[in-house]
Design a protein around this ligand. Structure first.
Ligand code: ADP
Ligand code: MG
Length: 246
């Protein structure tokens, strides 16, 4: 069976720096894959090539029968690659003009009521998504009142809105307390198991990786230095040296 995502010899340089240097890996449906490595290893650059924000300068990214290299972020999103955005960044995914248009819309009574009617059609779908992440009961509260862990759940619901086959999460648990981390990762794992979602995520906490990832890949200075099940890799001397600093 071909994997949902096949990354081959992927590379990207910034000036003279090879941020990602010819990495190859696969990700199957129903799999939670952790991408780890020290700061500057190339994790975010890898993510941004998969979601189309950065164009790779070598290699290929096959997703569900399509080549993603050279496609625009919006087309990649339509093909079923979702990513979590921080709530504050949600509007950052709109263009400059669209942001101003949204403001105009909210200040024009007639247009605002049209928007509300259109949005009302999506309320049931929104509530269903919120139910999946355990946030239905808080549907009508302002986001600013929510606990940080709950905001993360809402971000997950937003990312699930296009029913992605692959979800990219760059440091989803950053800034969370251990209890909140576990609850977010348990929820993510549930989506992976129940919906056959594939998830690629970066993570600093080894506890989270060992508890939740099915497999992990380790980057160091743009190169993939190890991949496999967390327990298989943990004792690899290469990983110990660059990652754990021993
Ligand atoms: P990570 O997410 O693993 O911390 P990054 O992918 O952000 O690593 O960065 C990998 C390398 O590429 C680093 O040396 C970083 O300084 C460099 N880099 C990342 N983005 C840019 C950019 N837009 N311009 C120049 N250098 C960059
Ligand atoms: Mg990063």
């Amino acid at each position: 069976m071909t994997a949902l995502l096949q990354v081959k010899n992927l590379g990207k340089s910034f000036g003279g720096v090879k941020a990602v240097d010819g990495i190859t890996f696969e990700l199957a449906a129903g799999e939670l894959l952790a991408l780890i490595g020290p700061n500057g290893a190339g994790k975010s650059t890898t993510f941004n090539m998969v979601n189309g924000q950065l164009r790779a300068d070598q290699g290929s990214i096959r997703f569900d029968g399509h080549e993603l290299v050279g496609q625009k972020p919006r087309s990649i999103w339509r093909l079923g690659v979702g990513r979590t955005f921080q709530i504050a960044e949600t509007f950052a995914s709109l263009t400059v003009a669209e942001n101003v248009q949204m403001a105009l819309l909210s200040h024009d009574a007639r247009l605002y009521s049209m928007w509300r009617r259109a949005a009302d059609h999506k309320r049931d779908k929104a509530l269903a998504l919120l139910e999946q992440v355990g946030m239905k009961a808080q549907a009508d509260r302002p986001c600013s009142e929510l606990a940080y862990g709950d905001v993360k759940r809402v971000e997950l619901a937003i990312a699930m809105a296009n029913d992605p086959k692959l979800l990219l999460m760059d440091e989803p648990t950053a800034g969370m307390a251990p209890k909140e981390r576990n609850s977010l990762m348990a929820l993510t794992k549930e989506l992976v198991i129940q919906r056959g979602l594939a998830v690629l995520f970066t993570e600093h906490s080894m506890d989270v990786v060992f508890a939740y990832a099915d497999r992990m890949i380790v980057l160091a200075r743009g190169r993939l230095i190890a991949q496999g099940k967390p327990l298989e890799i943990r004792d690899d001397p290469k990983v110990q040296a660059v990652y754990f600093g021993t």
